[in-house]
Design a protein around this ligand. Sequence first.
Ligand code: ADP
Ligand code: GLC
Length: 506
Amino acid sequence: MAKSSTTYTSGSSPQKILFAASEALPLIKTGGLADVAGSLPPALCNLDLDVRLVLPAYPQAIERAIPLKTVATMRISGVPEPVRILEENIEDRLHVYLIDAPSMFSRPGNPYTEASGRPWGDNAQRFALFCRAVVHIALNQAGLGWHPDVVHCNDWQTGLVPALLAQEWDRPATIFTIHNLSYQGMFDLSTFVQLQLPDKLWSSEGLEFHNQLSFIKGGLVFADWVTTVSPTYAEEIRTAEFGYGLEGLLDHRSERLTGVLNGIDYHVWDPATDLDITQTYTADSFHLKQTNKLALQKEMGLEQDKDAILFGNIGRMVEQKGIDMVIDILPEMMQNQKVQIVILGSGDEQLEQALLEAAEPYPGRAVVTIGYDEALAHRIEAGCDCFIMPSRYEPCGLNQLYSLRYGTVPIVNRTGGLADTVADLNPATMLDETATGFVFNSPDAASLLEAIQRAIEYYQRPGLWWEKLATRGMEQDFSWDASAAHYLDIYRMAVDSPAKNPVAAA
Ligand code: ADP
Ligand code: GLC
């Protein structure tokens, strides 16, 4: 790749940030990454940074980003067609670029998988192309006349960016954020060869991992700074239990590995202004939340009972989220006639089926909706009393943060971002008035059930105990301001002291 001409001045504050992700709200979303990539860049703009977000041009993104204009056309090795950069043509501080390569991205449905749920067979080619396009922009070789100081990459789909940029003698600083270490972008050796990646990257100090090509290693090995989305997860991934064999590498990089807690977008998730819910409310008008509960019970075909305790869960139905534990304990939970539960999600077909079957014996008290429905997710947050998150691991987790904001008391396993954001109700936290939810210590059905029973007991106490607990959660501040400032500090450190890469430019 040609060398670029701009020199980066050490000690200067980075101003121009290229933020690369494979999904971002409001254009395309499959999970929490989209929430973050949709709300962190605007928060960085609030710090007076020039931030440009770059995404693949999936059909949904093109549709939602209209009007679009073509701002550059590039040739990328291995791609027969010219690759266009489209820019969302709106008056906004945040520039959004879409990488338009129709043979790779113009296909219906999910960005990563076919309708059957199987990953697209050419994902390595698709995201390698995306990475190369990002590298072109990063080196000011895309014809945009803009040269970022920092490239902030997210998850494996962008992992090749730090690896390719490390081959350049004059390059922007690179940050790689791990949103979920279990998704690594692994492909075989022939894919590495076919992608025409530099030979020297095929080594255990480079992209090779157990004789496979690992996209995520590109970020973990080569980025100037690695971050993940909560302080506890930053510790956990350095252990064999959570590290997927990458714990040694992450431990080796621990001086440049930082956990920065995600924020949430209070423009989208605020019960005081939420247009998707039946009745808006605040901590001061907490009693109004009940209207949402009655409306949700009606909408979902549950018995309308203001005194029942209504549990909720929303999420991807995969092993990570521990929803199988809810299946295990449902019969016991449902023995209490004052318990109701509503679950919304999709994912693993077997889990979906098992959940539907588990709820069947309890019509009017347990309901499972298979699908993806953002407006319903808001109504569940507003209508439930408690939100269950029994995740086996959780890099950050957003739903417990939304739940806190909506006065929907979270019940969580003590892991990752859940441990960092929910304070367990116990004698000490009752005394110093810091409790915000119920936390259990091990991801198993018995521990979850015990926490749920504690919540039921507390809910049924006469007096204002529950309201105090729920409204304390509503008053927590998980806005992006502090986290965005923390990222800016990391950008500065990365610009000031680039990492020495093991397989870098000669
Ligand atoms: P993850 O990214 O691991 O899926 P997070 O808690 O960080 O978990 O974020 C998940 C996001 O996706 C939340 O905004 C959640 O509300 C949303 N979500 C997940 N499943 C659904 C669904 N079936 N319908 C609506 N929103 C969903
Ligand atoms: C991932 C994680 C989740 C996190 C989200 C956004 O999908 O599973 O815990 O909140 O990314 O960072």
